[in-house]
Design a binder for this molecule. Structure first.
Ligand SMILES: Nc1nc2c(ncn2[C@@H]2O[C@H](COP(=O)(O)OP(=O)(O)OP(=O)(O)O)[C@@H](O)[C@H]2O)c(=O)[nH]1
Ligand SMILES: [Mg+2]
Ligand SMILES: [Zn+2]
Length: 354
């Protein structure tokens, strides 16, 4: 495997020089299992841990490597390694950490395309699609919508669903496919380029791992159909994992996601709801919240049917969530500072009494 197969680009070389990282090998994080990482280099697949220094200076999870990260490693015992540094990230796909107040979780780093997969069955949900779009745009990542399991519906039912998406979400590539019949697979294969990284997102059971196995042409990943012992409805994929295609292209499989809480969404909502963004420039007041103000162009468009009411409501919900997250972060920082001050005072006191 060459570094180019792994998605290497020139900025990495420049950074390596600037930071004097030549004495280390460069590799990409392919999987994470509880603070141990699989790192792919030009020659090897390594099992790695982060160096203590990096661990101690980390202020939160995002200072640790994530799947997709480029890292500087030193190798020992042939296949063990220490991660010394993380290269700057070109893009970050992140969400609110589930159940952790004011924290973010990196889903994957250095992603070019987010392949957002929804099955045509009960999984289909436009509000959730918009959530995935928001985190993709916020991370500077191009989203593509994949409607999976189209073997379960007829042509008319499929057209109805595609229209529903198109009626609410503009400027988006939609690929409808079936892993069973192979319909639509060619269209996805045409999208996949050598050296580019594709992150598969979606609920559990929509067929992410099955699709990656199809694209790879072999059963690399465990899927529901292969594990008879797994009960229906249980998550099959348990951790993120990168697969490098022989034909080129890097795919990242994910466990099914239930919650896609918005974290930092700079630009994410504005791009996802581009119609609302456009309309907001026509509101009478420049600080319009679009809830009940006079002369609100957005409310007027909802009333006359130009703007989908459900999209508008989803937008408001996500704006509130974003504001809430930002205030949780501020609160968390305040608390961390307080704890920092307490530790400092304690150390000082201890020194004085030595
Ligand atoms: N009818 C139909 N079933 C499919 C298709 N693709 C996958 N399946 C089935 O859906 C189930 C789930 O597939 P997986 O690939 O494991 O789903 P996943 O998205 O990776 O699920 P998690 O790993 O739990 O997130 C399996 O039983 C597959 O056989 C499809 O195109 N059509
Ligand atoms: Mg899976
Ligand atoms: Zn308004």
């Amino acid at each position: 495997m060459t570094l180019e197969d792994l998605g290497y680009h020139e900025e990495l070389g420049r950074y390596q020089q600037m930071q004097h990282l030549h004495s280390f090998e460069i590799g990409r994080i392919a999987a994470e299992h509880r603070e141990r990482y699989t790192v792919l280099t030009e020659k090897d697949e390594l099992e790695a841990e982060v160096i203590g220094q990096l661990r101690f200076s980390a202020s939160d999870r995002s200072d640790f490597p994530a799947v997709g990260d480029w890292v500087a490693v030193s190798v020992f015992n042939e296949s063990d390694a220490i991660i010394h540094a993380i290269y700057p990230r070109r893009s970050i796909l992140e969400r609110q950490a589930v159940g952790k107040f004011g924290e973010k979780q990196i889903i994957a780093a250095n992603i070019d395309y987010a392949l957002i997969i929804q099955a045509v069955d009960r999984d289909f949900n436009l509000n959730r699609l918009e959530r995935y779009l928001a985190i993709s745009y916020a991370g500077n990542i191009e989203p593509v919508i994949i409607l999976s399991k189209i073997d379960l519906v007829n042509k008319d039912e499929l057209a109805y669903l595609v229209n529903k998406i198109a009626g609410r979400i503009r400027n988006i590539h939609i690929i409808a496919l079936s892993n069973m019949t192979g319909d639509g697979l060619e269209e996805l294969i045409r999208l996949i380029q050598k050296g580019k990284t594709y992150c598969f997102l979606g609920s559990t059971g929509v067929g992410k791992s099955t699709l990656i196995n199809k694209l790879a042409g072999k059963d690399l990943l465990r899927t529901n159909s292969l594990s008879k012992s797994t009960k229906k409805g249980r998550h099959v994929t348990s951790h993120r994992e990168m697969v490098v295609l022989e034909k080129g292209g890097i795919l990242v499989d994910n466990p099914g996601m239930r919650e896609i809480g918005l974290a930092d969404t700079a630009g994410g909502l504005e791009t996802t709801f581009d119609l609302i963004t456009e309309l907001s420039t026509e509101c009478k007041y420049s600080d319009c919240k679009h809830i009940q103000e006079d002369g609100c162009a957005i409310l007027a468009s909802v009333d006359n049917g130009d703007l989908d009411r459900a999209a508008y409501e989803n937008y408001l919900k996500m704006v509130r969530e974003k504001i809430h997250f930002q205030s949780s972060i501020a609160e968390k920082r305040r608390k961390d500072k307080e704890i920092g001050r307490m530790i400092k005072a304690f150390m000082k006191h201890r020194k004085q009494n030595e």
